[in-house]
Write a protein that binds this ligand. Structure first.
Ligand code: 13P
Length: 248
């Protein structure tokens, strides 16, 4: 199965940053038709067009958006980006339910977002906070978040989950490899139980939270890990290119 290596740039970007970033990345990335990997960039919406123009014309490198907005009651939403607009920008992917945006979202709005994605593949984020971890509530929390996705499942929807423990994001801490593996295995098992038509190989589970050049290789080689969603380290062209060039 191919590995997914995704860069979530969050709210960091400028035109100059993109120009410098891709002049390094395009010159140093090792990817070809046979590579069993897909690289995905998630820039802020304002820079989607520039990123799409900057990506070297190679299959296996795509881009997407970090969220989408819905106007629940058909009202207007100043500053919002709708799924139709993001699909018009040819986004291949959308991140839904990142812990940094979940705070202001209700279960119902996450489900509405999922149902609006007609062309974009969803990367659905789940993960426990430190209190839930201390109280051994990790899987309970993750399963309840997975239910949001499962209840909105539609035919031919690709299932891509990012397991991002909230306490690991930006902290320099990560779960042990064995914990990551067990949690990913449980995520796959739970989805198959609830959606028996889905095969294990159809479920992609990425790990996110303090992934760096140093730990990416071992995380990517861990059982049940299908890729990584990288935050801070993806902002450094050299470091992210090294992560992308890891051989499996
Ligand atoms: P860090 O890699 O900076 O911990 O962020 C992870 C993340 O939130 C990716 O979506």
């Amino acid at each position: 199965m191919k590995k997914v290596i995704a860069a979530n740039w969050k709210n960091n970007c400028s035109k100059d940053f993109i120009n410098k970033y891709f002049s390094f990345f395009n010159a140093n990335i090792k990817i070809n038709q046979k590579s069993k990997k897909e690289i995905i960039f998630f820039p802020p919406d304002l820079y989607l067009d520039l990123v799409s123009q900057s990506i070297k014309d190679l299959s296996g490198i795509n881009y997407g958006c970090q969220n989408l907005n819905i106007n629940e009651n058909n009202t207007t939403l100043t500053g919002g980006s709708t799924s139709a607009m993001l699909e018009d920008m040819n986004c291949d992917y959308v991140i839904i339910g990142h812990s940094e945006t979940r705070e202001n979202e209700f279960n119902k709005s996450l489900k509405s977002k999922i149902l609006l994605c007609k062309k974009m593949n969803i990367i659905f984020c789940v993960g426990e906070n430190s209190l839930e971890r201390q109280n051994n509530q990790t899987l309970k929390k993750i399963f309840s978040q997975l239910d949001e996705l499962i209840e909105s499942y539609f035919d031919n929807m690709s299932i891509i989950i990012a397991y991002e423990p909230v306490w690991a994001i930006g902290s320099g801490e990560t779960p042990t490899l064995s914990n990551i593996s067990q949690t990913h295995k449980s995520i796959k098992k739970y989805i198959i139980q609830k959606l028996p038509s889905i095969k294990e190989n159809d479920i992609i589970v990425l790990y996110g939270g303090s992934v760096t050049e140093k730990n990416a290789g071992s995380i990517l080689k861990t059982d049940f890990v299908d890729g990584v969603l990288v935050g801070g380290a993806s902002l450094m062209a050299e470091e992210f290119t090294k992560i992308c060039n890891i051989e499996f």
